[in-house]
Design a protein. Structure first.
Length: 290
């Protein structure tokens, strides 16, 4: 719901330039790394890491330390534990199921003990539109660029290991080290995303755009591109809508992301139906001829 006039909106827009840049970077980062999250069936891991990231940020807030640093520590601890102990999918899901409520409980405890403003507490869960200052933006961009560069370096073996791990292992691809590296990268991506969208709804940037892209294409080139575009539109669009509204940023981002997914699912279903009809037409003609 828009609650400000155009002139006020423009003034507010100038005040949140850092947040818009951060959202754009996170949309691209989340869209790209989300492709591997979907290929490796690790959407649950994103949620688990975000809960420990929330706990780390809440602990830092309580102790008067840097919240971003606390979020990073929490994310990396979770990512390392999942990467080291969860080699198999069943083990991984069990570990995540244990870590997730533990992290959420710790975070709630730290927030309950925090004597400061309630807005700071709420922002860790749902994101803060004006919370990104110059140092935080610089750190966010640095981490995002680092994650993107490492992803580019390991792109081919990581894709191979994600799509067919058994064949990749037979061909000499180091699956376990790659899995650990990816978990660390995912932990970094979750930590920086929590700063803008919050811990509870980080899936909207790290899972939904890639899931939408996979609904309309299977191309190894087009899927990452579409996923990054969807993530960018969701994040930046959410910021632009939240500026003039009275709600936190996360509902706008999640709504846009969900709408994109619904549209892509409908388009993908129609394309699949059309393809099935085209493939079945020659068979019907052959049967009629006989």
């Amino acid at each position: 719901m828009i609650t400000v006039d155009w002139e006020t909106y423009v003034q507010l827009l100038a005040l949140v330039q850092n947040s818009i840049i951060a959202a754009a970077v996170l949309g691209i980062l989340g869209g790209l790394i989300g492709v591997f999250v979907m290929q490796r069936d690790m959407a649950f891991a994103v949620h688990g890491i975000s809960e420990l990231s929330f706990a780390g940020a809440a602990a830092a807030l309580l102790l008067g330390l840097n919240v971003v640093a606390g979020s990073l520590v929490g994310s990396l601890v979770a990512a390392a534990l999942i990467g080291l102990l969860g080699a198999r999918a069943r083990d991984r899901n069990s570990i995540i199921g244990v870590l997730m409520p533990f992290g959420l409980g710790l975070g709630i405890l730290f927030l309950a003990l925090y004597p400061g403003r309630s807005g700071n507490k709420f922002g860790l869960l749902t994101g803060q539109i004006i919370s990104v200052d110059i140092p935080q933006l610089g750190l966010l961009i640095t981490i995002s660029v680092l994650v993107l560069l490492v992803l580019i370096v390991v792109w081919r073996p990581l894709t191979f290991d994600s799509l067919d791990p058994e064949v990749a292992h037979a061909r000499g691809v180091p699956g376990r080290p790659l899995s650990f590296i990816f978990m660390v990268l995912l932990g970094l991506a979750v930590a920086v995303s929590v700063q803008v969208i919050g811990a509870l709804l980080v899936l909207a940037l790290l899972v939904t755009p890639a899931a939408a892209a996979l609904r309309v294409s299977s191309s190894p080139v087009l899927v990452p591109v579409l996923s990054m575009v969807f993530g960018f539109v969701s994040a930046v669009g959410g910021i632009l809508l939240a500026i003039g509204g009275s709600l936190p940023i996360s509902p706008y981002i999640t709504t846009i992301s969900f709408a994109i997914y619904v549209v892509c699912r409908i388009v993908g279903s129609r394309r699949l139906s059309a393809t099935s009809r085209r493939l079945s037409a020659p068979s019907r003609r052959t049967l009629e001829a006989t």
